[in-house]
Design a protein. Structure first.
Length: 361
């Protein structure tokens, strides 16, 4: 029976918090980990590939299991995605009214893209919705690709996981390398070719899940320390040496591999209650924190207030507001809606099986 790896849950929470700090921007010049926090998105993708493949990879052998899987993934991602972009545009319109500027609303094409979670598919020359909307959509469609590979290829799926990961990486290098090596940052593709980042990292995580037994030696305390130090070094110095950002999926996979037994020094830290709470609300925190972004920027740069104490107070308020909203959305929207959709998906599958049994009589 599948059980939750609590250290990976805590790691997901840390990744979400780093994204929040990254989008605060004001602190970026003082800490490379914050300045290069955009790489946490790749950590999310690798984590997702590992966790989903561990839980579902061997079960997606027929259309009924695939349908159930996709319904559950849709129930996990779509409802909170819709709530977050509705809140984002509502507060953006409020800000426009208060500042006596024209209201900012998505066009019909943009709204359709938001509803179908296709904002990361190179359809527009600008970001749609809040700054992380693209990644949730890319992940949803990669789930579908993953399920199709598992169902049709089965024992050969590992080969195609590797092929898909390499294809994504080649696309990233082709699109981003020349420009980012000269100007930086590297591997920061979002609404344009961000899906290639998702392909690369997700299927690397899935490949790790398929072969974790062969990598058991990486779960020693020594390798956990190596994985943690390598991750910190990568994120800290990616702005100084932009090219190392391309190694992010591999470094993150090393860290995740070291935590797969859910014990050891780093696992102990990630299993603490604060880390577990962050992991629990991580998706809500990730999607909703940028809703307050425009207010934060306006506050932090108020005339005659541009000093450390004021900035620190604004940052603390921003983090508190983001966590409060994430807690509310997780408890009252994400969990209950997800459970209803999951129940419907399980019921739908049950009716299908019953129908098949009846027809076979």
């Amino acid at each position: 029976m599948h059980t939750t790896n609590r250290s990976l849950e805590g790691l997901r929470g840390i990744a979400a918090l780093i994204v929040v700090l990254y989008h605060m921007a004001i602190l970026s010049p003082y800490a490379g980990v914050i300045q290069n926090g955009y790489l946490s998105v790749d950590l999310f993708f690798v984590l997702s590939g590992y966790v989903i493949c561990s839980a579902y990879g061997s079960r997606l052998t027929n259309s009924h299991e695939v349908s159930r899987f996709l319904i559950r993934r849709f129930g996990r991602l779509w409802p909170l995605h819709v709530i977050s972009f509705v809140l984002y545009y509502a507060l953006l319109c409020l800000h426009s009214v208060l500042s006596k500027q024209p209201a900012v609303l998505p066009t019909m094409a943009e709204f359709a893209s938001l509803l179908t979670m296709t904002t990361g598919f190179n359809l527009f020359d600008h970001n749609i919705g809040n700054v992380v909307t693209w990644s949730a959509g890319d992940e949803l469609y990669v789930y579908a690709l993953f399920a199709a590979v598992c169902m049709t290829l089965r024992k050969r799926s590992s080969v195609f996981f590797a092929v898909l990961s390499i294809i994504g990486f080649v696309i990233i290098l082709r699109v981003d390398a020349e420009s980012c090596l000269n100007h930086g940052p590297c591997n920061d593709l979002t609404y344009s070719f961000g899906w290639a980042r998702c392909l690369t990292s997700y299927f690397l995580g899935a490949l790790l899940a398929r072969h974790k037994d062969a990598l058991n030696f990486l779960t020693s305390p020594q390798w956990q320390i190596v994985g943690a130090v390598a991750t910190l070094a990568l994120v800290q110095f990616a702005a100084v040496v932009p090219a190392i950002a391309f190694a992010a999926p591999i470094v993150f996979a090393l860290l995740i591999a070291s935590l797969t037994r859910d014990r050891g020094p780093m696992a102990t830290l990630l299993r603490t209650r604060p880390m577990q709470y962050l992991g629990e609300v991580s998706y809500a925190l990730y999607l909703s924190h940028s809703i307050f972004g425009i207010y934060f920027v306006n506050l932090v740069f108020l005339p005659a207030r541009n000093h450390f104490a004021w900035q620190a107070a604004c940052c603390a308020g921003y983090i508190f507001a983001s966590l409060a909203l994430a807690h509310f959305l997780h408890r009252y929207i994400e969990v209950p809606v997800r459970e209803r959709i999951n129940a419907w998906g399980d019921s739908y599958r049950g009716h299908e099986v019953s129908a098949l049994l009846h027809n076979s009589k």
